[in-house]
Ligand binder design. Structure first.
Ligand code: NDP
Length: 309
């Protein structure tokens, strides 16, 4: 049975149909994210049932009117709409596996981070147990939960998404539905995180270099912000050219870029700062040179990455 074939049990307490959607939601996982989600639902007058491995994390929410279920099974039984906010998908199997008989008719909205393949595997696992999985990719920290200006990627069965859209908007702001493939929201999330982690690491690297030269993080803040703000212009310039396979060296050439990243590497080495990150960058540029790309744009590295093992 595919996830699209799964029949939803709309006789369950709090299950919704039509434009209203559910006003009763189960939240499983109460790290900073799950707590913020449950709080946003309580703020909007929803009935909230909770479960968490460490029960004490529910205390403040229970004091506000949420109900702590005595077991995962009862948390699942309480509502059709079940939000999962866990460290990864492995935690979902740990938690829901022993209670899988209670999954029939549930819509599991998995807002945990993991790979697109894990999201697809979990959707099959849910479907095999009579449930439906929607995948969510959250792009904001807990402070952004419940804010209309925040936006979250969703993918999975469209009918389940439409039925619960209103509650999902309460939790994660704007809902950006991208399609039926349950891996898609996870992919978009991981694309964002690819940029986030490497960008933040590059900021830590630049700050370490500044500090090794007697400058503080505050001293370089404006320069760091200006540099980061210049990047969208580069993304926009290169996007169409990359899609067209155009890596012409009319604006920049890889040979110039390679010389530049070598200067960066040596500046860090001279200052006694860790060189792992600049050395990795220089290594990629050198591979592009070895592949014959010296006179092409450094955007050609995207083709090199595609071919990497
Ligand atoms: P945490 O890791 O702090 O909390 C995770 C939750 O998962 C806790 O409730 C924890 O239970 C539970 N958990 C983990 N492993 C298991 C297990 N094996 N069995 C049972 N329960 C388990 O994460 P956050 O709340 O910060 O984030 C939740 C998800 O949201 C993550 O996937 C994260 O990547 C994603 N995310 C987080 C953002 C953030 O800024 N925090 C931003 C965007 C996405 P217990 O309380 O008992 O430890």
């Amino acid at each position: 049975m595919s996830s699209n074939d799964t029949v939803i049990d709309t006789t369950t307490n709090g299950s919704g149909s039509g434009s209203g959607g559910s006003r009763s939601v189960t939240v499983i996982g109460l790290g900073p994210m799950g707590q913020a989600m449950a709080a946003a639902l309580l703020d909007r007058g929803y009935d909230v049932t909770l479960w968490n491995r460490t029960a004490s994390r529910a205390d403040a929410l229970v004091a506000r009117g949420a109900r702590l279920a005595p077991s995962v099974r009862e948390a699942l039984a309480a509502n059709e709409l079940v939000l999962l906010s866990l460290t990864d998908y492995a935690a979902m199997y740990d938690l829901l596996g022993p209670a899988e008989g209670a999954l029939v008719g549930r819509v599991l909205v998995n807002l945990s981070s993991d790979t697109p393949e894990e999201a697809r595997r979990a959707a099959r696992w849910a479907s095999d147990r009579g449930a439906v999985q929607l995948t969510g990719g959250i792009t904001v920290p807990p402070s952004g939960i419940g804010k209309p200006e925040s936006s979250t990627f969703y993918s999975g069965p469209r009918d389940a998404f439409d039925r619960h859209r209103r509650a999902l908007e309460v939790v994660t702001g704007t809902t950006d539905y991208r399609g039926e493939d349950p891996g898609l929201a996870a992919l978009l999330y991981q694309i964002g995180m690819t940029m986030f982690w490497t960008s933040m690491l590059s900021y830590w690297q630049a700050t370490a270099l500044a500090r090794a030269n007697g400058l503080t993080a505050s001293d370089i803040l404006g320069h760091a912000v200006d540099t980061a703000n210049s990047l969208p212009g580069f993304f926009t310039f290169y996007a169409d050219r990359i899609d067209a396979g155009n890596h012409d060296g009319d604006v920049d050439r890889l040979a110039m870029g390679t010389a530049s990243v070598e200067h960066v590497l040596h500046t860090h080495a001279d200052a006694g700062v860790d060189t792992a990150l600049p050395a990795a960058v220089a290594g990629l540029f050198r591979r592009g040179m070895d592949a014959g790309g010296a006179t092409e744009s450094f955007s050609g590295l995207v083709e090199l990455m595609k071919k990497a093992d």
